[in-house]
Design a protein around this ligand. Sequence first.
Ligand code: SF4
Length: 376
Amino acid sequence: MEFQPSIELLDFFDTVFIDHQSADSDVAKRFTQIFPKNKIQFVDQQPWSELKRTLSAEEFDRSKKNLFITEFKGQFFKRCPGSSQAKVLNCCNYHVLNLGSQCNMNCSYCYLQSYLNTPIAKIYSNLDQALQELTDMSEKSAHLPFRVGTGEIIDSLSLDGLTLFSRKLIPFFQKLPHWTLEFKTKSDQVDQFLDLGPSPNTVVSWSLNCQEVIDQEEHRTASLEKRLLAAEKCIKAGFSVAFHLDPLIWHPDWKSNYLGLVNEIICRFTPEQVNVISMGTLRFQPEQKNMMRQRFGLSSLVTSAEMFPSEGAKLRYDASLRHEMFRTLYNQFKKNNEKWKIFLCMETPETWVSALDSQPSHKPELKELFRPLPKV
Ligand code: SF4
């Protein structure tokens, strides 16, 4: 029997709009089966398409609760945005595959607040086209260690119980053992694909934070415990896992809370079980400050933080605080075991040297990740 999503997830959405042109797609058929009839509407064009400006806070909130199933008209397969800033940021060889946009969860720092100007969440109905693009690429590049992530402008798994995209992607990547498929999530939605394991080149990765920050800033996400339990299930079923300690957010007890998080990982996992651990501190585009204030008020740790302009035009903590945070967590991992593979996400070479005493390409355990690839 096909996987049944939770009632809570179905209840979250007000309406699922299905583009008439996508009505015969697998994903549209599934949505018409799993959602109550009164939540489904077939349409000829995108709802609220007259809104062609930056969204207000209310419009952004509404966009989370309404889904539009439609075809993606452009090219699915793109390089990670960090690679365009390769001169200032150390970027790993990462490619993104967007199968939708917007998110049903609600983090105060979410970059979608300054990125999205579409008034509705989207799920793309032409996954087969995305797989065809990947097939074409694999003809030249199947031997290269490509990493393909699906969690850039939509959480990879929080809606996967609805779309079941993972059930097409995992078998596809199983035929390309040199490539890696990476799901990135703050949910605990993994039961829908566990039976497809073992699949060591599928990396299920979690953004982790201490529970105190999750409670205050990562609304409607899975608790830390639920994320770690889901990671344990994935390992047991033969999938690889990775953790992103990102964004590290300053708060009065940050040191003890984040050391507690590191200790929880160290106690429950071994370096051999965790592909990689990335770390990043809070960063966001200056233009999203207003939206964050309107949506989360000044009691949020994010809206009240003192931030400074830095690389990539983003606001970040000052360099000495960033370095202290990185060093504190890094040393705790390495004190436990030298084999933990840790890298800093979207950070400058100076930060690597100052916080970790070396460039990523000089760390033997990270060489493979940062090996330059030919342009595609
Ligand atoms: S889980 Fe990710 S995409 Fe979703 S709201 Fe949080 S930061 Fe944004």
